[in-house]
Design a protein around this ligand. Structure first.
Ligand SMILES: Nc1ncnc2c1ncn2[C@@H]1O[C@H](COP(=O)(O)OP(=O)(O)O)[C@@H](O)[C@H]1O
Ligand SMILES: [Mg+2]
Length: 353
């Protein structure tokens, strides 16, 4: 069902007297994206539109985000693996970005079609994404929302990184200090309230690589009513231990597993230090000689802060950082089980006597 907060169109509607709407391309959290025909240049384009909020603080924030998105697109425009920008303007009530139309859908659509990808597919998509991230790092840009939905496939089958809507260029950006992103892909340090760096993007890329190689994300949670629990997911990112990918998909070569686990290290210092390094390791992976590669040893300690105090936790120990509500459920279950065992023992003793 259409999100009422997003701008909706009918086929044939004209935007800014120039862009004739063809169809919807997708929706994100903040914007709707449409395929349109540009009457002036006789080309097909994608237009991304977001409603301007009504209150002045909200307008400031939206403008600042759009400015960041525009700035990122502008410097990365010549990169083959980033969606290219055509125009940007603001009407009375909307912010509009006109860009290249990537018709092949998102990597999420492709992943849904095939689930676990082959080594060759992982190499194809991720080596190109690394190139896009390398370019971003060159301009000091941190994307902050690396995920399957924000990777598009161009008409020529090429991989295009999109949605720089919450990207930051300088740590003094208005937005830099906000904990923002998608919890399923969010790095431990961002979950911990720290400012995202290019190593946080590498972590998110690692989550995506895990998901594409195994068919399932390392940290997932769905409550009984189907809603995801962001606080639980964020605790898992900080101290949960990812299951070795080859335990889920036996076809994953040891070297790919090792690279993925290293990208998912809790401490940014232990991750590959650049997208270029990830790309180099990825392209060197071969199926042959797999028995010569030793399994990666995932670090067992995580550093994070709890109520502004630094804390060291054992990785894998999710219970200690669960929010009160979850902890209550866990301890309740524990005491009920203990009670039943004791009652069982007493009954058995009485029967024996
Ligand atoms: N240039 C484009 N070409 C084709 N589809 C696009 C394009 N940009 C975005 N989309 C589609 O629209 C969706 C939302 O766009 P996105 O930029 O991610 O918005 P948001 O910032 O609200 O998340 C994407 O997941 C994708 O399906
Ligand atoms: Mg998006």
């Amino acid at each position: 069902m259409a999100n009422k907060n997003l701008i909706q169109f009918e086929e044939g509607d004209l935007v800014d007297g120039r862009y004739k709407i063809i169809k919807s391309l997708g929706e994100g959290g903040m914007a709707s994206v449409w395929k349109a025909y540009d009457i002036k240049t006789d080309t097909e384009v994608a237009i991304k539109m977001a409603k301007l909020p009504t209150e002045s603080e909200g307008i400031k924030k939206s403008r600042s985000r759009y400015k960041n998105e525009l700035a990122a697109f502008a410097v990365l425009n010549s990169d083959r693996h980033v969606v290219s920008l055509h125009d940007m303007f603001e009407t009375e009530s909307t912010l509009v970005i006109v860009m290249e139309c990537a018709e092949g859908g998102t990597l999420n659509n492709r992943y849904r079609d095939f689930y676990d990808m082959t080594l060759e597919e992982v190499k194809f998509y991720f080596s190109r994404l690394c190139l896009a991230l390398e370019a971003a790092t060159r301009y000091n840009i941190v994307h902050r929302d690396i995920k399957l939905d924000n990777v598009l496939i161009g008409t020529d089958g090429e991989v295009k990184l999109a949605d720089f809507g919450i990207s930051i260029k300088n740590i003094d950006d208005l937005e830099a200090k906000s904990t923002i992103g998608t919890p399923k892909y969010m790095s431990p340090e961002v979950c911990d309230g720290q400012i995202a760096t290019h190593l946080s993007d590498i972590y998110s890329l690692g989550i995506m690589m895990y998901e594409c190689a195994t068919g399932v994300a390392p940290f997932i949670f769905k409550s009984t009513n189907g809603s995801t629990q962001n606080s639980f997911l964020m605790a898992m990112q900080q101290i949960g231990k990812p299951l070795a990918p080859s335990k889920i998909n036996k076809k994953i070569p040891q070297a790919l597993e090792n690279l993925i686990l290293q990208m998912l290290e809790k401490n940014p210092e232990f991750r590959p230090q650049s997208a270029a390094e990830v790309r180099k390791s990825l392209l060197a992976i071969k199926r042959e000689n797999a028995e010569n590669v030793k399994p990666y040893v995932y670090r067992s300690k995580a550093f994070h802060s709890v109520k502004n105090r630094k804390k060291i936790s054992s990785v894998g120990n999710v219970y200690s950082s669960l929010k009160g509500r979850f902890r209550t459920k866990f301890s309740l279950a524990f005491w009920i089980i203990l009670f039943l065992i004791v009652v069982g023992l007493i009954v058995e003793m009485v029967v024996l006597i």
